[in-house]
Design a protein around this ligand. Structure first.
Ligand SMILES: Cc1ncc(COP(=O)(O)O)c(C=O)c1O
Length: 470
């Protein structure tokens, strides 16, 4: 650890002093094959776990300076959760009460988190137009108006929001990169971050490119492309905290040089990769932002450029959502499993290294009696009938015993006379899910081909054991 990267060498007066100066961390794995360096600014290092800690204090202090907020007052805000935490931390230290309205698409973790800080939380419907009285921003306005000694934090129109990023996030990135930053990538919720950082960096070096990502369903990218001439309708999406169905007053579109639209699925996949491959446990908006950053870095293909992408919040806020496979599957956000059949064979062997177990089989000339003995000896329920390297049929314990009990002469018949259809032969590289479907039909087993010849067998019970252990 160098002097420059040593943190917290002196005590702080209170937790507010720990906000900001979040680390800039190079991405090394998700960037494989990309020559342009990409650095993530890990905003989940803030005490409230998000970039929004930076604006809570400044918004409250501005209202105090202007005499709008008096001791014992109440702070009201419509929030996707993170601004609420930022405000709640500052409010806790300064003795203010908080009331937050929040759309119902936001995670339960966020509601509980705000309540933990002592805030009152009112959950509102997500699927209402921006000017509907039940919209979370409209409701916050009404509550602020009707509550004595209350202010609306008003992050979507409050200049203290972008100003906080102009004064902290922007200068930190400039200093941490020693002025070498060439591209800043972010996504707009209120637009406070991208506008504040964008203004600061462009003042330092007008050549720095400001690139925004936008979720599919938000109208911001389209409004930027058409310079506000089209009036697109927003559609629902799952990423929290970014994108809008209305352009906020705190978003300065003129600072943005490029806009890219990204799906929920791509964003969540990247967030999960950041966690698993880089050890950065982040939320869905971080996934979207890094997805765009990698696209830009790949397109630039320039080791002399330097892309900076903030990671707005922690993954802990989304354990019930993007880190929950069931929720991801319910929302068609998880790709089909790509685990292949060789994993099943390895599991069957009990290790990752040994040879495939030999296939117990019979030839067409074997008698039914011998076939039944063989199955009993090996404790198996079915056998492939092999003619050299080819599977020409199959027999099962169940069918042979039922038919032999009916007519004992059958015990001396040959397997070739009574056999059923051969087992399907599938390649070892086939996905497990596809093979499981084959087994769910009328096939009790499949033969597994490796490098052109049959080397293994996977039965229904092998597959079930594998799926249950997974
Ligand atoms: C998770 C998350 N990402 C990104 C943002 C966007 O930041 P800004 O409002 O500064 O545009 C927010 C804002 O609430 C957020 O909560």
């Amino acid at each position: 650890m160098t002097d420059d990267t040593r943190r917290n060498r002196a005590p702080y007066d209170d937790v507010l002093g720990t906000i900001g100066w979040t680390p800039l961390i190079r991405l090394n794995r998700v960037t494989r094959g990309i020559r342009t360096p990409v650095y993530a600014k890990a905003e989940f290092f803030n005490p409230g776990g998000s970039i929004k800690d930076r604006i809570g204090g400044p918004i409250i202090e501005q209202a105090e300076r202007e005499g709008r907020l008096k001791p014992g007052g109440t702070i009201v805000e419509g929030t996707s959760g993170n601004t609420g935490v930022g405000l709640a931390i500052a409010a806790a230290l300064k003795g203010y009460k908080c009331i937050f309205t929040m759309p119902d698409k936001m995670s339960q973790e966020k509601v509980r988190l705000l309540k933990a800080f002592g805030a009152e939380v009112i959950v509102t419907p997500t699927a209402v137009p921006p000017d509907h009285p039940d919209n979370y921003v409209m409701m916050a306005k009404r509550i602020a108006h009707d509550t004595p000694n209350a202010i609306l934090a008003n992050q979507f129109y409050n200049a203290a929001n972008p100003q906080a990023h102009y004064e902290t996030t922007g200068p930190e990135i400039w200093e941490q990169t020693q002025g070498r930053v060439t591209h800043f990538v972010y996504a707009a919720g209120t637009g406070g971050t991208i506008s504040g950082v964008g203004r600061y960096l462009k003042e330092k070096n007008p050549k720095i490119q400001i690139v925004a990502g936008d979720p599919v369903g938000s109208i911001l990218a389209e409004m930027w492309r058409t310079k506000g001439e089209s009036k697109p309708e927003g559609t629902p999406y799952k990423i929290e905290g970014i994108g809008q169905d209305k352009v906020p007053g705190t978003l300065d579109m003129r600072l943005i040089d490029d806009f890219m639209t990204v799906s929920d699925k791509e964003s969540f996949a990247m967030a999960r990769r950041l966690t698993r491959e880089e050890g950065l446990f982040v939320g869905g908006s971080s996934g979207l932002i890094v997805h765009v950053a990698l696209h830009i870095a790949r397109r630039l293909d320039d080791p002399g450029a330097l892309v900076v992408a903030p990671l707005p919040d922690t993954g802990e806020r989304y354990l019930s959502k993007l880190y929950n496979d069931e929720w991801m599957r319910e929302n068609q956000l998880l790709d089909a499993d790509r685990t292949t059949l060789d994993r099943v064979l390895q599991t069957k062997r009990g290790d990752g290294n040994g040879e495939a177990p030999t296939i117990v089989s019979v030839t067409p000339g074997t008698t039914v009696r011998q076939a039944l003995r063989l199955m009993s000896l090996h404790d198996i329920s079915q056998l492939p009938v092999m003619d050299g390297a080819n599977c020409v049929g199959s027999v099962s314990d169940w069918s042979l015993s039922a038919r032999s009990l009916d007519d004992t002469k059958l015990l001396d018949a040959t397997v070739g006379q009574v056999m059923d259809a051969p087992f399907p032969v599938v390649d070892v590289s086939q996905p497990v899910d596809a093979v499981a479907k084959l087994l769910s039909k009328s096939n009790p087993a499949v033969l597994v081909r490796t490098n052109g010849s049959v080397h293994g067998i996977v039965t229904r019970s092998d597959m079930l054991n594998f799926l249950m252990a997974r």
